[in-house]
Write a protein that binds this ligand. Sequence first.
Ligand code: A2P
Length: 280
Amino acid sequence: MSGLPIPNIPLNNGVEIPQLGFGTYKVPKDEATTLVARALEIGYRQVDTAQMYRNERAVGQGIAASGVPRAEVFLTTKLNNAFHRHGDALAAFDRSLTELGTDYVDLFLIHWPLPAIDLYPEAWGALEEIYASGRARAIGVSNFQPNHLARIIETGTVIPAVNQIEVHPYMTQADVRVVNAAHGIVTQAWSPLGRAAVLDDAVICGIAARYGVTPAQAVLRWHIQRGDVIIPKSSSPARLAQNADLFGFELTDDDMAAITVLNQNRRRGSHPDDENRLDR
Ligand code: A2P
């Protein structure tokens, strides 16, 4: 593979996160151990899971099986929606550590704000307590709109290190990225390939062909040059390797702009204001 190692991005507390990670959303637990181990062998050093994905145990086993020291892996998990009450969040975090087979995570996120339930400031208080205990090296949020961020910044004492949101060429998230940046919050892009929806786009295919890369690599490189952290998912070892081979070419400003203008504000997942499910 050309161009490794993967660069690190500093979070607002000085902890560094690899700019590329392996996202395990929809990776079934019977595949997660093998795929996580494979990703780490390829050179990935960031793994993203969540209580909601129900694969934390398998992800932890994959890290152990890889032989890569735990300290060299940046591991993220997320609080499930049913556990925004303070005590529930603390207990759920303890269960995550047990499942993952570790005594700390690198990043712990609130998975969804659930504004209709309106307990996310309470959940944030629990994450602050976990952070103070040293069992999460950084804490952040996921799927937070600017008003949700403003609320926890006002009521809390720790500014989130990361806001993990849906970002891809059809959902470029200009507004949320600006607000994140204004607070020193790193934008982490979930579904950076738009769940593969952007890969047939004629503009993207044309750009990819000119660089001799795949459409997926062109899109992932666009994210990298925007400075976001990405966590593409793949269940194929060959595509895992392809998705990490991003550091041997550079898109021109014109090609960056040509991809950015493809925005359609088209989500693949829920709008954060509409997501109220507790039982995912
Ligand atoms: P697969 O798991 O079969 O590789 P996102 O991370 O944006 O949600 O996208 C994930 C989707 O994109 C999955 O369907 C995955 O399929 C597909 N995918 C991931 N990497 C590539 C790639 N390099 N080329 C084509 N499809 C890919």
